[in-house]
Design a protein around this ligand. Sequence first.
Ligand code: ADP
Ligand code: MG
Length: 679
Amino acid sequence: MDRLLEDLQYIKGVGPKRSKQLNRLGLDTVFDLLWNIPRAYFNRANVNRITELKDGEAASIRGKICSAGTSRTRGGMTIFKALVEDDSGAITAVWFNQPFMSRIIKPGQEIFLTGKPRRFSYSGMEFNVSEYEIIDDEDIHFKVLPVYALTEGLSQKTMRFITLSSLRGYLDYYPEILHEKLRKKYNLCPIDYAFNNIHFPDNREAYRQARKRLAMEELLLFQIQIKQLERYDPQGDYVVHQEKTDLIKQLATHIPFQLTSAQQKVITEIFADMESPFPMNRLLQGDVGAGKTVVAAMAMAKAVASGFQAAIMAPTEILAQQHYTTLERFFSSYNVTVARLTGGTSETERRLILEAVRSGEIDVLAGTHALIQDDVVFNSLGLVVIDEQHRFGVRQRAALSAKGISPDVLVMTATPIPRTLALTVYGDLSLSVIDELPPGRKAIKTYFIKPQQRQRLYQFIYEQVHNKAQAYIVCPLVEESEKQDLQAAVSLYEELKSRVFPKFNIGLIHGRLKPSEKDMVMQMFKQGNIKILVSTSVIEVGVDVPNASIMVIEQAERFGLSQLHQLRGRVGRGHKQSYCFLIADPRTEEAVSRLQAMEKTNDGFELAEEDLRIRGPGEFWGVRQHGLDGLKVANLSKDQKLVELSRVLSDEIEQSHSNSRIEKYIALKFKKSNQVAPN
Ligand code: ADP
Ligand code: MG
């Protein structure tokens, strides 16, 4: 494998100068060059006749250059035109803003072009070129040619030549991690065949096979990497939860609502894990408002009934407080002691709590990051629940687990992650999904409005609040400066209070408030004393105020789709019809399609799939740090089957390889993306 790390200088056809150019493209070694996947292909077998071109339909033509020249528009744009002729007729091919084309394309050359014909007058048609290829006798034996990303001074022809030499000279050193038996079983081609045919496909089927194998290669390495990351060594004793009391039964009859069948299903899955001698490592997904808290509470009850302690960690003070209140109410008549530990807990109180946690007097502890401090010691921690897990890093999760002896772990998220992505990023977690909302929820009516329509919106809010509704108004996060962030929220608050809604009680909440102050504001909002709550995006996660039915998001174009959905999920929890207004003045098409997607559906999973399609996996919470952007071939929204297969296959190959060899390979494959430090 080491030979693959050789400097590119030593490849045939590359010297120090070329190697600098290649470096600029992020290509440093032979290994990089092999994984430098073509961004397109020229299929010279696939040619349209010039007279049969149709306006606006992408096509390929092949012909001879009759004449060529550059002209300039009044706007200062250069246009290079060449008349191309085949045996049916001729057309003018057009390159915009590429003045150097005049040095490349000369009359008499045989050329291959792909692009789009465009009619500009009744009789005239032009061909807008997207890719060109001067046909040379040398590479005539390849029907399909790769098209690579280039940099100044580097031509397609050179790139192809260099790639071809590295395929010929180095493929023998490339590790094959799949035995023939496995390849047969899963219908995968050998790795050398895959590289040869991704660069220079023999035919369509060969390309398909090559792509499949390389996508699988990436997913496999990725899976193995994730498994190594998430694997924590269970230390001998496993926690087995075996109830010694009938707490669960009693609780079940006293929950104030009927559990949905989705909730019952996931509770069964979780209980089965808890009863087994293997440590549970389960991800619970459920859209905002799906009712994950009660599921977590049941799991905690099971731990307590089995003689263990349970802890739940949430990313914000507000949320930890909310869990504490809910759990205390939940367990109030059953002799289960619930406590809360956050950054805001006073020193005296903290000392008392730590003592009681250590002695086992406290059964259930809810809190924030404060839970993972060194001096928090449990008597017998049997279950760890992490809420809104995407807000925590792998290490923080592990730190809490380490406070017990291989406790069961349940991580929860309301940021719906498409299934493929979840399987990939959380390779070693089992997955439970609450795919149903509690009954009686009305779809939240969502409107994307322009800033100019603000007055009408205020009128609407006035009427609604007059009718006992409550509203959130969320100001955008100003990334560069927390200060500006705050300023925006403060001035909106002042404006609403003094001019727009002088009759209503308006509150303001932001990240700079002390925990106790945040708490007070939230309590007042919950009790209905505050009617309209202006907020920076701190309320993003988890807050539950069922009476709030209006959500206004300022500069909504600044938020990602999953964040918008999270924010919207703060309303629509009660029986009232809820509304979400996205005030935005989007400048990009992508932003417009995000806002339209929000108008179209309330379903978080659908939105997540949409997001994955619009932006690729890189933008998902916490995904970048896993190195997912190192995937060059695999496409997480299209290759679902391969993702699932890679999970199975990764177990099979891991057993048949020495760890150090495969680790080296993984490090090589994901090196660039791994330089972005994991948290
Ligand atoms: P999330 O999954 O977003 O954390 P919560 O656990 O906060 O959602 O639940 C949202 C709201 O739905 C809470 O007010 C909760 O009491 C209520 N709820 C949960 N499950 C049910 C159910 N089966 N029937 C009715 N209401 C429910
Ligand atoms: Mg929640």
